[in-house]
Every structure is written in C-alpha cells, then in structure tokens.
Design a protein around this ligand. Sequence first.
Ligand SMILES: *Cc1c(COP(=O)(O)O)cnc(C)c1O
Length: 396
Amino acid sequence: MAKKQIRELYASKLRELYERGEFWEIKRVLSPAGPRAVVEGREVVVLASNNYLNLANDPRLKRAAIEAMEKYGWGPGAVWAIAGYHEILAELEKKIAEFKRTEAGIFFPTGFAANAGTIPALVDQGDLILSDQLNHGSIIDGIRLSRAEKIIYNHCDVVDLEDKLRKNRDKYNKVLIVTDAVFSMDGDIAPLRDIAKLAEEFNAVLYVDDAHGDGVLGDGHGTPAHLGVEDKVDIHMGTFSKALGSSGGMIGSDREIIEYIRNRARTWLLSTGPPPAVVAANIKAIEIVMSPEGNERIRRLHANAEYFRKGLQSLGFNTGKSQTPIIPAIIGDTKKTRELAKALFEEGVFVVPIVYPMVARGTERIRNQVNADHTREDLNKALSAYEKYGRKLGII
Ligand SMILES: *Cc1c(COP(=O)(O)O)cnc(C)c1O
C-alpha cells in the first residue's frame, strides 16, 4: 500500500472514533498524583485516580527508590531470566508472598503483564477458562493469548457459572475460573465464597485478580481475606499500581506454581523488568500497607467512601452496586455524562466519564474513586458541584 493510502486509512478510522465519542481526551497532570492535583493548569479535587491510600507521592517510597538507584543504578540491564536479577527482587518476591499470605510470589512489570503472561502459562489446548463477563481487559487478553477454550459467564452470577461448569466440566482437562475481585466500573465485589465452593466441587483452578482490593479490603490483604477464602484461591493476582501507589504486577501462590509461572509466562521471560528503584519502592509500599499506619489509612479510605456514596445517594444519584471506594454515578446517557464531567472539571472536580464501549449502553456513568486523604471539604466541594450540575442537566 502507498504510504499516503495507509495514513488515510487510519485517519478515517480515527475520525470514526471521534464520531462515536470513543476518542480518549487525555488530560495533562502538572503535579504529583494526590487527593488534589494540578490538572491542565487547574487545582482540582481528584476523584479519577487509583491512588486510594495516597502513597503515590509518599516520601518513604521516594527515599527507598533513590537509595536503590544509588546502590544498583538505574536500568535493570537485561531480562531477569537471562542475566539474573538483583537480590532486591528476591526480597520483593518474599514480601509479595507475605502480603498475599501465600508460600511464594512473583513480580511482573505491570498488572497487565501478570495477567497476559500467567493465564496462558496455566492452561493448554484441551482446557477451559470460565471468565466473568465484566473481567478486566488484561484478563481478556490473557485468555486470547492462551490455547484454551473460553466460556463467559454472566456477571457475578454463580447460578450461571454452576450451569456452565455442569455442562462443560467433563469435556475438558483442566478448568480455570477467573474473576476480578472488585470490578473497576461498578465497585462491586465478586461472590468469591460461592465461586470457591464451585471451584472445589468441579475440581477447577481459581484465579482472582485483586487489583482494586489489594490495600483496600481485608485489612489491606485483599478481597479473599475480606471474604475469608484466602486458602481457596489458587492464584492471587494483584497490582502495585493502585492502592500501593507504585507500579508493577504480582502473583502469589504455592512455590511450585510460582516457579512454573516463572518458567512459562512470556511477559516475565521475554520482557525486561522495571528498574531496581521501582522494586525497592514496592517493598516499602507493602510494608506501609501492612503496618498499623496502613490500617489507619484504610479506615480513613472507607470512611470517605461511605460519606461520598451516601452524599451522592441523598442527592438522588444512582450509585449502583458500589461497596468499595469505587463509586459510580450512573447517568445512562453518553451526552449528559460527558457534559457533567466537563462541568465538574470546570468547578475544580476531576472525574472520568465512562461510556460505551467501556460499559454497556444505558449505564453510562461518571466513576468516582475516593482517597484516604480527601478532606471533608474536598468531598463536600465535589458533592455541591454534583448537586448544581446534576440539577442543571436534569439528572437529579
Ligand atoms: C488496573 C487493573 C489491571 C492492570 O494493572 P496495571 O498494574 O495497571 O497494569 C489488571 N486488572 C484489573 C482488574 C485492574 O483494575
């Protein structure tokens, strides 16, 4: 194809995205990530960040990173599997195991890479993956990269899951059940107790992605701890990029399973890991989350979530099934959702409009995520802006 023709092809695809309202307008952030930040030159209350415990700009994480950089240098130099890894990575993997309360742990460059590498490592041709309808994109891609068959079950629907297990279990060798623990668009929690029972009954492997539960639920240890099913989950996936305020993915499991993943996950084997500074900051982040201070931050986070959820509800907004610091205001209309997000930003409240195809049509929403260090003043500022523009746009 002629260069010009190729360019025109993608230019027209890009225009289609604009026209369908699926183009991401990405804002520029001019300050560290915090409960408040400077975004596009404006001081705003941030309700759009995963930095639940306000650790992203913590001086102790920065200090740990600087010390590691001075000791080990900046770049990792090569893929860990080939040139060996710094002792500090072994220390982080021990911390991951402590955090996930498993025998062993493995660190990945990102949470996405953890799912994209681990899922295909665990299943083969002749195996089946049962996946919740609303699982994260990195799980969906991990499934696509695997050679197993997949069946999607209705969101958090254990009756449907059981039915699909009953009808299909005998046709496959291994079965992997995979689910987000906390769903990122609704802030609802997967029924892990019932899912774990089914995994036991049907002899399936249970894989739980706790990206939004790590550092938030179960005294910070995550959703399986919160629901008392830590032992029933076989593969504990998590990320450092949310409540832990850093970057990187993790898996906790039994020693042999972790070593098998290390030897088979291509996103671990064939991709260079993050700099030692990131590894050191992650060790510090886990230490803080597991300390009494971490517990205090988690307590403040939930108090803020409760306050903001009740506040939105009493204004007449629909917050859906939210049980966590992810609190949607469900509008059900793309145009109004975008207009409201824009108006809120102009009032100094930074939120993200979530529209089709990220959520089903008719459930377009603004997603709010609260922070342990939001003050009541911050949350009240956001609630008054919601009240003013919710009325103006005829939503409440
Ligand atoms: C954010 C997220 C991921 C990806 O984690 P990163 O560390 O940001 O790559 C995976 N799964 C879920 C459910 C997530 O919310």
